[in-house]
Design a protein around this ligand. Structure first.
Ligand code: V47
Ligand code: SF4
Length: 368
């Protein structure tokens, strides 16, 4: 990265650190988010991505399953959840879940992503049986299931330790945890947007416990609402610190806030801009120097921005998804599914080599 002349003055110092493989500090992170030089930030992030991944971009043939929308938490940014006994409340039976998995199996699914609300009627045996059945229907697929928030809920429900819950889930077929529920760790933000949710510290503690048990996990950040730039940077640095300790995170997924049908709609925050989506991905790539993968989740930023994000630090576009409720309940306008071949095309027309992966980032197939 010798051509630092392409960078604005404010990014020169950061560019020199990146070029020398030196770790960025909090102040650098704040500068990146505040910079108006999106192309400069993207240029640096793209250099780092290229060093790690060359021309390869991964995706998965995956299926999302949201087993219940019943949730006692009622986060203010969530349009998906319903109180128990609400007329739109639903809980899938194990047979309904089996049917969805069978359909996905016919399409060659290699990643099953299962998350839902905190439904007091669903106990550990429901989840253990669910995992066993999913694993037996699609034995070649990896199962990414239950956020730290759900794991905490089950532990409290059964008066078990987090480790005991994770151990049993793992025995039943769970391979890794998704990154949801992290939101923004700052207590100020949580008080405003999700007062009923576990703290940021607890989220980190549960992921640390999973990592110690050799269960890999993902990490997220819900951005584009009331959080400040400093709070974004502090969130990323907390993830970086835990990753230094455990190395257990597989990927970081920025989640763009969708306001429609949520309690926060009346706050008139609007949607995130393409500019902020790309900047957040690029800043994450630069700050999270110990994360191998940065995901551009097309469901939330749209396939077009996700494709451009591949030049701004992202090396992963998530997957085919097949059915998505959380973003779509909140006004998400993307399609429900991108077929495998369209995913391949999205990656290859941007000049990259598509690599199909599973939830653990094992390579299934490279080059199409
Ligand atoms: O935990 C809820 C967020 C998460 C809204 O780990 C919202 O690979 C935007 O975590 N606008 C669930 N976001 C999704 C998630 C995820 C998705 C894809 C891949 C992975 C992974 C994880 O969505 C929730 C919450 O943080 N969310 N409501 C909303 N209105
Ligand atoms: Fe419940 Fe999750 Fe929605 Fe919060 S984001 S209300 S925990 S389903």
């Amino acid at each position: 990265m010798e051509e630092l002349w392409v960078l604005n003055g404010e990014l020169q110092e950061i560019g020199a650190k990146v070029a020398n493989g030196r770790r960025l500090e909090r102040e650098d992170g704040i500068k990146l988010f505040r910079s108006k030089d999106l192309l400069g930030v993207g240029y640096l992030a793209d250099g780092v991505r290229r060093q790690r991944h060359g021309n390869r971009v991964c995706f998965s043939v995956n299926r999302h399953i949201n087993h219940t929308n019943v949730c006692v938490n009622r986060c203010r940014f969530c349009a998906f959840s319903r109180p128990p006994r609400h007329r739109d409340a639903y809980t899938l039976s194990l047979e309904e879940i089996e049917e969805k998995v069978r359909q996905a199996g016919a399409l060659g699914v290699r990643e099953i992503h299962i998350v839902g609300g905190l439904n007091p009627e669903l106990t550990l045996p429901y989840f253990l049986e669910m995992l066993r059945r999913v694993a037996s229907i699609v034995p070649d697929a990896t199962i990414k299931a239950l956020t730290a928030v759900e794991v905490d809920f089950l532990a409290r429900r059964h008066d078990l330790t987090v480790e005991a819950v994770l151990e049993r889930l793992k025995e039943a077929g769970l391979n890794c945890l998704p990154g949801g529920g992290a939101e923004v760790f700052a207590p100020r933000v949580r008080r405003l947007v999700c007062p009923g949710k576990i703290s940021g510290e607890r989220w980190l503690e549960i992921h640390a416990a999973a990592h110690r048990m050799n269960i890999k996990t993902n990490a997220t950040m819900l951005y584009g609402h009331v959080e400040t730039v400093d709070e974004r940077v502090d969130h990323l640095l907390k993830l970086r610190r835990l990753q230094d300790e455990t190395g257990g995170f597989l990927t970081f997924v920025p989640l763009a806030f969708h306001p429609k049908n949520t309690d926060m709609e009346k706050w008139n925050l609007g949607q995130t801009t393409g500019y902020d989506d790309l900047k957040t991905i690029a800043a994450a790539r630069l700050l999270l120097d110990n994360f191998q993968n940065i995901k551009a989740y097309w469901v939330m930023i749209g396939p077009k921005v996700a494709q451009v994000a591949l030049g701004f630090g992202a090396n992963d576009v998530d997957g085919t998804v097949m059915e998505e409720k959380i973003t779509h309940s909140a006004g998400g306008e993307t399609v429900q599914e991108i077929a495998r071949l369209d995913m391949v095309e999205l990656i290859s027309t941007a000049g990259y080599v598509p690599v199909e992966r599973d939830a653990l980032y094992n390579v299934i197939r490279e080059g199409f």
